[in-house]
Every structure is written in structure tokens, then in C-alpha cells.
Design a binder for this molecule. Structure first.
Ligand SMILES: [Zn+2]
Length: 682
């Protein structure tokens, strides 16, 4: 296993501290600039040290084509700097000026129905348009030349929340070129990979190919998957284009773009390759059900963003109170507001940042939460909770840049999700991929175990245990990676559907799981029973009965032994969970979906056998309580979090530790409802 990292990896190396700040739109207040000075005063009072500016400023920066005016940005960056603050500078491509859409309609996106959009909204440009790329590069170059070495600027924020796809002729041609390259200009190879003999849908040339849409071909799963891949690649290529001039004039500053929760349209594992650091916008629906569930799902995404670059990430946006775009918009309750911010830090963030600093007066985000409300004062509960969060970050500043050394990982794959969603079979009402990946991550969260979330192509060698839920699409690289991991001594936990289709979404022949994975797991799967929503089956582990839902796969042992056995159905008495030793490692296969207790029982047993302990070893954590850690290689920093609204928790620490918030040394922790504590090892 890999040696533990001994050095800090600050997200922003030129400012090795926590960032605490917000998206700031001073250009919306350019006619009442006295408010800018009020903002600087309030920023100081809120214990904020950073502002993210320029995200939607293009119309102010280039009011007419090639006529630039950087005066407002000059002024505001100097004001923030004079106030002791730092700046994350955004490129403005998330929304364009009207003149550009008028003069160059090719920048406007075309929908799947073939209709070109008018000037409207945001995040709706064509990623292929050479003119849009040229305009973006030009303004990015000017920004990088002007501000790229400014001492207050600590990072670059590329555009905003990339997403969506364009169906214009330029994008269609780029898709055809993408396929020509992939299939070496051999249309026969494409037809074989896409199984197009089906329904006589064989292509005669690449020119016949159209992007899948409601009015074109959607029945060829390989085509659908490649369109998703193309959109993801084209988006990433657009980001690469944005980055090029910034790298040239501002090579020392890290570059990121803000990613999202459960984002569907782009493979973030691919997108992260062109970024220096990951960052994301976190907007959980707190207080809608059990906050422990919501905290754990949010933790999954924090873990994923930390794992993307294997270093601290930035929480780029979060609301200090509520949002305005969900069906119901509820403010965070007292306590949970600060706790939810510190949660990001517990999972490896080097920042807590909000959208937005000050509420605008008009347009669609006027009721979105902000640090400063329409009252314009520091006298609100929200402002005071932001101030509290800032004070906490100041007290724990030594933790900035520290890393997380997880010994377990859960595999999540965008390609797998796209293929699963597209496949017609199993339960067409919903495959529930995200929910089931969360369910395995939850076991670790509940046990206070740090967990990475990684791609199936990731280097797995540093993990003692890797869980691969529902890994239906398993390309050749993944098969080799998983096999090598187990052979070298890893413990791999696979489930039903593993290794069903290859990278072209073609079913593997010769039985599943794919190819050599049958040897790794020592099983072969025959068929899968899809249960109706109210139907339940059961499996038994050492005399304990566990409830099964949705899927029961019938597997045959071929060298493996059974850890669990089906109790119902025509497969009664057959293996439900298998275990097989392979090389220096072992492979567990869970053939069924359970409602919680089966995976919990098997995984807890495995954790014990592998000597993987939680951050509070020996403690059974109460419901809603979790523990996470970061380290600089010398000290362990322990974060304890309680997401219960009503129940306090008493916890025993692993020895005497320093409480970084109170200064006391103790081996006991009392956590009030909706609260947290942060300790440093001696
Ligand atoms: Zn386009």
C-alpha cells in the first residue's frame, strides 16, 4: 500500500489558508457605488477573506465588440485587496452580451428539436462555435494579462456550472469527426460496435450519423453512449480552450470550474483532467426528511470532489440560508447552517464560499439566499451564522491544505450511469444507480470511516477495500484494473450487474461477469429476477434474515463460497453473497439488492477482518453522528458532526486530544444537536 502523504496540498498555494467568501456581483450595484464600501465593511465583519468576481460580467467588460472597460473590475479588486481580502477571478463565458448573439447567431445553442434559441438565459452557448471560442479566448487573455499576477488573485474560476448540449450543424459535424477518429474512419467498425444490423439501421457513411434526439435515432445504445461521451469531451475541450491563454499569462495560479450535485451531462472524471483543483456548488435540501440521510449524500459528493484530484477541493458555492429554485425553499435551521459549512471542510475542502454575497434587487435570483440581505445590515441571523463560520475557520486555519488518507473507496462512473439509464431491461421504471452507490458509501459514513469516491480506471492500490456497486458497463481497462487490484492483495466488493456490457455497450459473451472477472469472483451469473416495488425476498447470513428488494440475481459458484443464501423464490438455497480468494486478495459478490442490513452486516465483517477502523475506533456512532479526519502527516485532525435536530451525543475520543475551538485537552466529546467539534491529535 502507498506511503502516507506527509505534506500539505493547499488548494490555492499562494494563499495557504482557508478561504471564506462568496460570489460577488458589484456590477449590479454600479449606480450606487457607496454600497461597495458598505460591502467591504460587512465583509470584514463577517470574517470573510475572499470574493469571487466576474462570473457574469461580460456585458460590462466588453459593452461593444472589441471595446473593453475593466474599470469596475480594477476598482473592486483593489478594494477587496485593500480590505485584506483575496479574489477568485472568473471568466465571463457563462453568459454573453446581447451584441454577440445579434452579430454571431452561431454562438446560440440549437435544441434537440433543431430549433435555435434566441438571446436568453445563460449556460446556453454552442461549445463548438469557433467564434465563441475566439471571443472567449480573447477576453480571457486580456483578463489574464491584466490580473494574472495581481497579488490578491489566488485562483481562476472558468465560466460557471458547465452543462447541456448543442445540436447545431457544427456540433453534429464535430460529433461525426469524433466518431471517424474513434473508429479509424471505418464505418464497418462503427456498425459492428453499434450492432446496427438490428432493424436494418446500418450506416453507409459517417455523414449519415446524427446526434440522438426525439426526432432522430435513439435505439442504438452505442450511439447514445458515444453522444454522451462526445458532449462531455466537447465541453472539456471548450474548457481547455478557455484555459490556454490563462496558463500563458498566469501560470502560477490554480484553475478550476464549479461542478454540481448529481450532474448528469458531463463525466467529471474526464473534466477534472484539465483542471488543477476541483470545486463544486453544494445545495442539499436540508430538513426535507432525515438530515442524517441528506448529510450522508452530501458527504458522498464532497468525497467525490476531494478524490477527483486527490487533494483539497473548494466548496465554491453554498447558500448561507436558502435557495429560490427548488419546489420548496426552506432556510437552514440554526446550528445546521454552520455545521453544513464545516462538513465540507471535514471532507477536505479548503474553503467555505457562498452564493451570494449580496441579494440583488431584481431578476430571477432576487430571493436566493445571501450573506447580506435586502436589509443591507449585519443584524440578521444569516449574517451572524456566516460570521461564526468565519471565526471557526480562523481558529482551525492550520488544517488548511491537509489531506485525507482513505483506506476504502466506492467506485462511481458517469459512463456506467449513462449506459444503465439507456438500457432497456431490469426495472425500466428506474435503475436507482445513484441511490445504490450512496447506500454503500453510507456504511462507511455511519461508521466514521473516511472514503474516497473514484473512477473505475483509478489507481486502486492504496485502498484496502473497494466497493463497485452496479458496475454494469465494465470496459477492458476496468476489467484489467479490478483484476490487478485483487491479484495484488486488494479486497473488491462487486454486486449484481457487474461486467454485463463492454465499452461499446455490447453484451459480453461467454457469461458474466465479463471475461476474467469470472475467475476473480469465482462465480458465473445466469439470470436476474426483477422484483415488483412491493415485493420482498430474503437472504440469510449466519442465521440472520435480511430483506431484499428490486433485484435477485441467480449465480453459480465456481470456486467461491457462499456468505449468504437466498431464503425465497425458485433460487431458495442458492448463493446470495459469495466470497472468493484470488491472487493475494479476495473478491466479494453481492448478487441481490438489500434494503440496508445485508450489506451492512457483510461490510462490517469485512472491515473487521481487514482491520479498517473508524475515526472513533470501538465507538458505535449514534444515528446522525459521523467522524472524519484530515492529516498533515504529523497530526490527525478529527471532525465530529451531529446531524440530529434533537439528540445530543456523548463520544469517547481515541485518547487525549486538543479541542481546536475551546483550547481544552480532553478524551471526551459532548455534541449538542446540529453541532460539531474539531480536535487535533497530541
Ligand atoms: Zn453547436
Amino acid at each position: 500500500m502507498e506511503a502516507i502523504c506527509m505534506t500539505k496540498k493547499h488548494a490555492c498555494p499562494t494563499y495557504p489558508h482557508f478561504l471564506h467568501g462568496a460570489d460577488y456581483n458589484p456590477e449590479q450595484w454600479i449606480d450606487t457605488k457607496e454600497i461597495w464600501d458598505v460591502d467591504m465593511d460587512l465583509m470584514h465583519k463577517a470574517n470573510c477573506n475572499e470574493m469571487t468576481v466576474g462570473i457574469f460580467s461580460w456585458a460590462k467588460l466588453e459593452p461593444k465588440e472589441d471595446q473593453y472597460d475593466f474599470s469596475f473590475l480594477d476598482e473592486i479588486i483593489e478594494k477587496v485587496a485593500a480590505n485584506g481580502g483575496k479574489v477568485i477571478l472568473a471568466t465571463p463565458s457563462g453568459a454573453r452580451p446581447h451584441w454577440m448573439a445579434d452579430k454571431y447567431p452561431e454562438v446560440l445553442r440549437v435544441g434537440p428539436d433543431g430549433v435555435k434559441e434566441h438571446f436568453r438565459a445563460r449556460h446556453n452557448h454552442c461549445f463548438t462555435s469557433p467564434i465563441y471560442r475566439e471571443k472567449v479566448q480573447k477576453i480571457n487573455r486580456l483578463l489574464a494579462q491584466r490580473y494574472g499576477n495581481h497579488p490578491a488573485v489566488v485562483a481562476w474560476h472558468i465560466s460557471n456550472e458547465f452543462g447541456g448540449e448543442c445540436y447545431c450543424e457544427k456540433c453534429q459535424n464535430a460529433f461525426r469527426d469524433y466518431l471517424r477518429k474513434k473508429f479509424h474512419n471505418d464505418i464497418g467498425a462503427l456498425n459492428r460496435a453499434y450492432w446496427t444490423t438490428f432493424w436494418s439501421h446500418t450506416y453507409d457513411s459517417f455523414d449519415q450519423i446524427e446526434a440522438p434526439s426525439p426526432i432522430t435515432e435513439t435505439g442504438i445504445h452505442g450511439l447514445n453512449l458515444d453522444w454522451r461521451r462526445f458532449v462531455s469531451q466537447q465541453t472539456t475541450d471548450f474548457i481547455r480552450c478557455e484555459i490556454a491563454p490563462i496558463r500563458e499569462f498566469s501560470p502560477h495560479l490554480p484553475i478550476t470550474t464549479n461542478m454540481m450535485f448529481e450532474h448528469y451531462g458531463a463525466d467529471y472524471h474526464q473534466m477534472a483532467e484539465v483542471l488543477d483543483i476541483a470545486s463544486w456548488d453544494s445545495y442539499p435540501e436540508w430538513h426535507n426528511g432525515d438530515d442524517a440521510d441528506i448529510a450522508q449524500k452530501t458527504a458522498f459528493w464532497h468525497d467525490l470532489y476531494r478524490s477527483l484530484k486527490q487533494r483539497p477541493f473548494l466548496l465554491m458555492e453554498s447558500t448561507p440560508s436558502l435557495v429560490n429554485w427548488k419546489p420548496y425553499n426552506k432556510p437552514k435551521r440554526p446550528g445546521l447552517d454552520v455545521l453544513s459549512s464545516i462538513q465540507a471542510v471535514a471532507h477536505g475542502s479548503d474553503s467555505v464560499q457562498y452564493f451570494q454575497w449580496r441579494k440583488g434587487r431584481g431578476s430571477s435570483e432576487k430571493f436566493h439566499g445571501a450573506v447580506v440581505g435586502h436589509d443591507g445590515t449585519e443584524n440578521t441571523r444569516v449574517f451572524q451564522s456566516v460570521k461564526t463560520t468565519g471565526a471557526v475557520l480562523q481558529k482551525i486555519d492550520e488544517i488548511a491544505g491537509t489531506v485525507t488518507n482513505a483506506r476504502v473507496a466506492v467506485i462511481f462512473s458517469w459512463e456506467n450511469m449513462w449506459a444503465l439509464d439507456d438500457c432497456q431491461g431490469y426495472a425500466n421504471a428506474g435503475k436507482k444507480y445513484w441511490e445504490n452507490v450512496y447506500a454503500y458509501h453510507r456504511v462507511f459514513w455511519e461508521n466514521g470511516i473516511d472514503c474516497d469516491v473514484v473512477s473505475p480506471h483509478a489507481d486502486l492500490s492504496k485502498y484496502n477495500l473497494v466497493v463497485a456497486p452496479m458496475l454494469y458497463l465494465t470496459d477492458a481497462e476496468t476489467v484489467a484494473n479490478l483484476k490487478g487490484y485483487v491479484f495484488q492483495g486488494g479486497c473488491l466488493y462487486g454486486t449484481y450487474m457487474l461486467g454485463t456490457v463492454d465499452g461499446n455497450d455490447l453484451c459480453y459473451l461467454g457469461g458474466i461477469p465479463a471475461g476474467e472477472l469470472k475467475e476473480v469472483f469465482g462465480i458465473v451469473a445466469e439470470e436476474i429476477d426483477t422484483l415488483y416495488p412491493t415485493e420482498r425476498q430474503h437472504a440469510e447470513v449466519k442465521g440472520q434474515c435480511h430483506e431484499l428488494v428490486d433485484y435477485c440475481e441467480v449465480i453459480h459458484l465456481n470456486g467461491a463460497n457462499a456468505l449468504a443464501t437466498y431464503l425465497d423464490g425458485y433460487y431458495k438455497g442458492m448463493c446470495a453473497v459469495s466470497e472468493h480468494h484470488y491472487g493475494k486478495g479476495r473478491a466479494i459478490y453481492q448478487a441481490c439488492r438489500d434494503s440496508g442490513s445485508l450489506k451492512d452486516t457483510v461490510l462490517r465483517q469485512l472491515l473487521q477482518e481487514l482491520d479498517i477502523q473508524g475515526n472513533l475506533a470501538g465507538e458505535t456512532l449514534p444515528h446522525g453522528v459521523t467522524a472524519h479526519s484530515r492529516t498533515d502527516g504529523e497530526h490527525t485532525y478529527l471532525f465530529l458532526e451531529n446531524y440530529s435536530a434533537t439528540e445530543p451525543a456523548e463520544l469517547v475520543l481515541p485518547g487525549q486530544m486538543d479541542n481546536l475551538l475551546t483550547g481544552e485537552t480532553t478524551d471526551l466529546c459532548h455534541l449538542a444537536p446540529y453541532s460539531f467539534a474539531i480536535y487535533r491529535s497530541k
